[in-house]
Ligand binder design. Sequence first.
Ligand code: DP6
Length: 331
Amino acid sequence: MTNHPNTSPSNATAVAHPNIAFIKYWGNYDDRLRIPVNGSISMNLASLETETSVRFDPALSADRIEINGASATPDAARRVSDHLDIIRQMAGIQTHAEITSRNNFPMGSGIASSASAFAALSLAASTAADLALNLKDLSRLARRGSGSACRSIPGGIAEWHAGTQDNDSYADQFVDEGYWDLVDCLAITSESHKPVGSSEGHLLAITSPLQRLRVTDAPRRIDCCRQAILSRDFEAFSVVVEQDSNLMHSVMSTSQPNLTYWNEITFDVLTATVELRRKGIEACYTLDAGPNVHVITLKSQIRTVERYLKRIIGVLRIVVAPIGTGARLVG
Ligand code: DP6
């Protein structure tokens, strides 16, 4: 082990977008390596991003981590340093780093920041450590920090191939960001932090008798989702996306202890989305581990969907995000 070689770049800055899954990741086959029990499909959210700078500095005696202008909490700092340890081991260095990370969306807004955070950190830190990873290896690395982060490495709509071990569990691009005009209209119904984080939730999935059924049927849903996207068939897309989200939330609510992420307003938004579709508007819902509702629609329908959702009492605001690009270096 050596300190970082003087001849190599020791700092880099990267940007990555969070993503919303159409087919969800819930439950791991290997929790330490984050090998999921089923594959998943998601789109990156263009208007939201995390920018992370990493500087390896031999003068530091510990990692120094700042998130959104403040020192990271001990839990967040440990998770970032653990991820840096993987990168240091790959690069054969021991140097500590200074990390500065900033989201352009508020934490606690119900938008999962771990995906964009670990995608940006993986790209910036591996570059600063002079690793020059290809997209597959970068996705594998991001997965170790947060499973869903592996899908924020490629641009557009990504598919995470579950695999069975570290080598074959990664995401790649299914179609690029220009393939279909999908847009996420995220209805914020609560700004408070979720009571049980995803990492803890994944551990409970196995305690639900419905998880086995959800996992066994996953290849069929992935196939339906792939076909619907390829043929830009919104009706087929709606059926499988809503079914997949409902299945995950059924597993959550039948776990021991059970997890309920919805609030009453969540339910009103789901009902409104189904109403919109009955009126002939392309719209379908999907929810992550939180009470905010991602209403997926087409570019041509944004205004109608936004206006409709804004009228629901209790909806705090709508965040609009078209399909985003992959993680990229900006410095
Ligand atoms: C409900 O990727 O946040 O958003 O690997 O423990 O960091 P960790 O979990 P995370 O789980 C995401 C769960 C989800 C569904 C999804 O994005 O596929």
